[in-house]
Design a protein around this ligand. Structure first.
Ligand SMILES: Nc1ncnc2c1ncn2[C@@H]1O[C@H](COP(=O)(O)OP(=O)(O)OP(=O)(O)O)[C@@H](O)[C@H]1O
Length: 390
């Protein structure tokens, strides 16, 4: 199973430009998570910080007990071997054919024989639908194929964590659907922890187990997909609906006067071209291709989410319960339209409670993974039944 990634209070700036601060989340092992956010909110910077290519100003990013923010170069080198990264353009060497590109990490980082390398490269090319394309140069193939070749290369060292930067960039919707399916199939086959960075709404709604969103230099939310998909938090709602009206503006954040003007214009009947339909709601998640086994990450996530169900907002609870099969509903002792009441929580310690204005929900409405702590919120007690880590 993939490694868990625990991020606590991670903060990054370039000189005086703050990118994001106090990002706290846990990527559950073997599950697929996606980080959304408007352009320029620092999603790629987040990915690069997670693998130690960029150094955060403060905070922790702990993988297998090692904090990659403070560890030695030697430890970082070791930890990086757990990662497979797919950069936006595949980051292939233009002068090497696909075979040599995919073989590159094996030749650089292992002492495997060429026979063994051939076996692994061919296996990964097959997994990514590129069997037979090994002699092609990156310049001779389509953008979608380049991404798949980048993915094949990311897989050769058997990564426990796969980071994927905008798998949909430059691809048409059909090719995006294919690469999305490939990511789900890979997760099924190798059970790696996957983090996808994207602003593709369709991918966000159908692929990941967990969703997060960066905006205004903060992590607005992170939790099971159903929490964001049913959220009425204005930033999340605007983003998932792809609307112009809302707090997200052309460059980043709109001022209050602009928002008020847009509200007034909308009330007066002006149509700004945004879709009328509200796409909020839980739609079925993409399943592994026929012939593949059940996805272990999905099964584990189901157990984990059912343990924290009572901590989630009612709409998310309903979405989760409704997406369970009748057998699972019976197994977990739930039924549609029931609301699992929140168990009393300890009184929060004094401290700033994130305000709606800052794009954050009050701490007790935010989906939190067990063992996680936010400012002003007590850590969930391990003794609390149903709060264990899935
Ligand atoms: N190495 C760097 N040095 C200085 N500034 C940087 C560096 N890398 C990124 N930035 C800045 O950090 C901000 C966030 O960039 P990033 O590429 O992470 O955004 P993003 O959310 O991935 O955007 P997009 O969705 O458009 O790819 C930008 O203002 C960018 O200019």
């Amino acid at each position: 199973m993939g490694a868990e990634v625990v991020v606590e209070g991670l903060t990054k700036s370039f000189g005086k430009q703050a990118i994001w601060r106090d990002v706290t989340l846990t990527l559950p092992p073997g599950e697929v998570s996606a980080m959304l956010g408007p352009s320029g909110t620092g999603k790629s910077v987040f990915l690069k910080s997670m693998i130690g290519l960029l150094k955060p100003d403060r905070g922790r990013c702990v993988i297998n007990g090692v904090d990659i923010v403070t560890c030695s170069e030697h430890k970082l080198y070791e930890i990086r071997k757990l990662f497979g990264v797919l950069f936006q353009d595949g980051a292939l060497f233009g002068s090497m054919n696909l075979y040599d590109n995919v073989a590159f990490p094996l030749r650089e980082h292992t002492k495997k024989s060429e026979t063994e390398i051939r076996r692994i490269v061919q296996e990964k090319l097959e997994m990514t639908g590129l069997a037979g394309a090994d002699k092609k140069l990156p310049g001779e193939i389509s953008g979608g194929m380049r991404k798949r070749a980048g993915l094949a290369r990311a897989l050769v060292l058997d990564p426990q964590i796969i980071l994927v930067d905008e798998p949909d960039s430059g691809l048409d919707p059909v090719r995006t659907a294919y690469i999305s399916q490939l990511l789900i199939d890979l997760n099924t086959q190798i059970d790696a922890t996957i983090l996808i960075v994207s602003h593709n709404i369709n991918l966000a709604r159908t692929v990941p187990d967990n969703l997060g969103m960066l905006f205004r230099k903060e992590l607005v939310m992170f939790g099971p997909r159903e929490v964001l998909l049913t959220s009425d938090e204005p930033v999340v709602e605007q983003f998932l609906n792809g609307r112009k009206r809302g707090p997200i503006g052309m460059s980043e954040e709109k001022d209050t006067a602009t928002m008020a003007r847009e509200e007034a214009e909308a009330a007066a009947g002006h149509h700004d071209g945004s879709p009328d339909e509200d796409v909020r709601g839980v739609i079925p998640q993409m399943q592994p291709s026929p012939g593949l086994p059940e996805r272990s990450g999905e099964r584990r996530r189901k157990d984990r989410v059912m343990r924290i169900l009572h901590t989630l907002p009612p709409a998310a609870q309903e979405g989760i319960i409704e997406s369970l099969s009748p057998e699972d509903q019976q197994r977990y002792g739930v039924h549609p339209h029931m609301l699992v009441k929140s168990t009393p929580r300890p009184t929060p310690s004094p401290g700033p409670v994130p305000s709606q204005h800052q794009g954050q929900l009050p701490a007790d409405q935010v989906a939190q993974f067990p063992g996680q702590q936010r400012p002003g919120q007590h850590r969930m007690r391990p003794a609390d039944p149903g709060q264990g880590q899935g």
